[in-house]
Design a protein around this ligand. Structure first.
Ligand SMILES: *Cc1c(COP(=O)(O)O)cnc(C)c1O
Length: 502
């Protein structure tokens, strides 16, 4: 299995190259040249396996330049039981009172967000890819984060041999719990630094360092090279395909799905379009999926795109209570466009150039019709998000976070509009409510909650009778390791300092 670029027909690389490189030279994203196909018999076989074996089976189809042992080592280490609490699998499928609605909880990992599902595995795939493509070098991974990605990447890469990681976050642009999670991070090879500026400043600073040839040369002299852990890396997308298959197989095991070809809907609270794209890949590989439901918050650029065919980022940016979805450029959409145009790299390049220069583009009628046959797009503002959290708790006694609430709300809109009440529906639940305790408390109680982040976490637990996740409880006892703050002009200094090079 080789990988092509969304922007250049002539690119053709192995999986290890795609993962080590992260992004293609001309700026395109790596896509599999051809997808494997799963029959009903394959799904039946998968349904008798545990999560690790399901991951092994699916990854093997995509990582054909990896040995079976390499894949096995990776998935076994990533999804070790001690990393995902007391759960027998790294995920949990919860049925709610409404017969056909299932919440796929993807947040039982070490940082309580779904990004753990990919970022626990990526370091293993990345170090093995680097070993195949540029042996013996230390990979330096720079991350700019607005919250969840930074912590999940730190946990994934901590003490992974052959890697060093430095995370920059905006000093005033993350939640107190997210800041605490990063400042107390353990691991000899990981570092964290706050910057005076916003997320864009952090991102721009990282990109500048990443692409500076003089810096690359200094790294090379010290036997190091830059690599990336961000969400456009194929190594982050691939692990996400597995859990949609796994959820379907779990529904087969319980008898909810009992005949060949029986379809489900999948609902995903969407930001960068990575998680829902993984569901699209699962469908393209033969998983019986009727609709992919793309849920946005007030930053509803994707809803408008799915409804009109015009992607337009020239609009107000809202800071919402579901911050991980506050995005106006959903990078992974480029991969969908590639597949919807039958691999027309010229068309995709053209649209991406228009997006870069004018902030908007419009796809052809045929592409739009295809997208609309697969996807339903909807959105939900903060007020309705809060109402949904309260409704879910009052009527179902199910406590959900703000991102998951957006997905539930949009699913209900879909049911109203389509009348489709019969199809079993899997909703991706992407974060623990305890990561966003202030907003969740406010939704349940009304009014602004007081106290520090731990007081709020305790109030939430007392109010709802639900347990505080162990990783969040443990933060209270952990000492702060990182308190460095720098201005954007000194970011390179910080990189050299932490690497101990000049
Ligand atoms: C990152 C994130 C999302 C958005 O996922 P994408 O793959 O970027 O679409 C949704 N919810 C939570 C909690 C997240 O951390």
């Amino acid at each position: 299995m080789n990988y092509k670029s969304t922007r250049d027909q002539s690119v053709n690389v192995t999986a290890a190259q795609a993962i080590a490189q992260g992004i293609s030279k001309e700026g395109g994203l790596f896509v599999p040249e051809k997808l494997p196909s799963y029959s009903y018999a394959d799904l039946c076989a998968l349904s008798h396996m545990d999560y690790v074996d399901r991951a092994q089976r699916i990854l093997s189809d995509f990582l054909t330049d990896f040995t079976q042992e390499e894949i096995q080592e990776s998935v076994t280490a990533a999804y070790a039981p001690d990393k995902f609490g007391e759960h027998p699998a790294p995920l949990a499928l919860q049925q709610t009172g409404e017969d056909n609605m299932y919440l796929l909880e993807l947040w039982h990992g070490p940082t309580c967000a779904f990004k753990d599902m990919a970022l626990q595995l990526l370091p293993h795939l990345l170090t093995k890819s680097l070993h195949k493509t540029c042996d013996g070098k230390t990979a330096v991974i720079l991350v700019a984060t607005s919250g969840d990605t930074g912590k999940a990447a730190l946990e994934g890469f901590k003490d992974v041999a052959g890697t060093k990681m430095l995370v920059f976050y905006p000093e005033d642009g993350v939640s107190p719990m997210q800041k605490r999670q990063m400042a107390t991070q353990e691991g000899a090879n990981v570092h964290v630094c706050a910057i005076e500026g916003n997320f864009d400043d952090a991102q721009t600073g990282v990109k500048k360092i990443f692409t500076d040839p003089a810096v690359a040369e200094i790294l090379a002299k010290n036997n190091m090279l830059f690599s990336s852990a961000n969400s456009i890396n194929w190594g982050r997308l691939l692990p996400q395909i597995v859990y949609y298959f796994s959820a379907y197989c779990d529904l087969m095991s319980t008898g909810e799905i009992d005949h060949e070809g029986e379809e489900i809907n999948i609902v995903v609270p969407t930001g960068n379009f990575g998680n829902i794209l993984a569901a699209y890949y699962a469908r393209s590989m033969g998983l019986p999926v009727q609709k992919l439901i793309c849920a946005s918050n007030s930053n509803n650029v994707l809803t408008d795109f799915i409804r009109s065919g015009t992607y337009d980022k020239n609009r107000h940016f809202y800071t919402t209570i579901s911050p991980s979805m506050d995005i106006l450029i959903s990078s992974n959409l480029e991969r969908l466009l590639y597949h919807m145009t039958g691999g027309d790299t010229q068309k995709v390049s053209g649209w991406m150039a228009q997006l870069a220069h004018e902030g908007r583009y419009t796809v052809d009628e045929t592409v739009l019709r295809q997208i609309q046959s697969l996807f339903y797009g909807g959105y939900c503002n903060d007020e309705d998000t809060e109402r949904t959290i309260k409704m879910m708790f009052d009527t179902e006694h199910y406590l959900c976070d703000t991102h998951t609430a957006v997905a539930i709300n949009v699913y209900k809109q879909y049911v109203e509009q389509s009348g489709d009440r019969a199809t079993p529906t899997v909703i991706a639940s992407t974060a623990s409510p305890y990561k966003f305790a202030a907003s969740v408390l406010q939704a349940l109680e009304g009014g602004r909650p007081n106290g520090d982040e731990f007081a709020m976490v305790e109030s939430l637990s007392a109010l709802t009778g639900t347990a505080i996740p162990a990783p969040i409880l443990a933060l209270k006892e952990k000492g702060v390791r990182f308190n460095r703050v720098c201005d954007t002009a000194s970011m390179l200094e910080v990189v050299f300092d932490t690497l101990g090079i000049r």
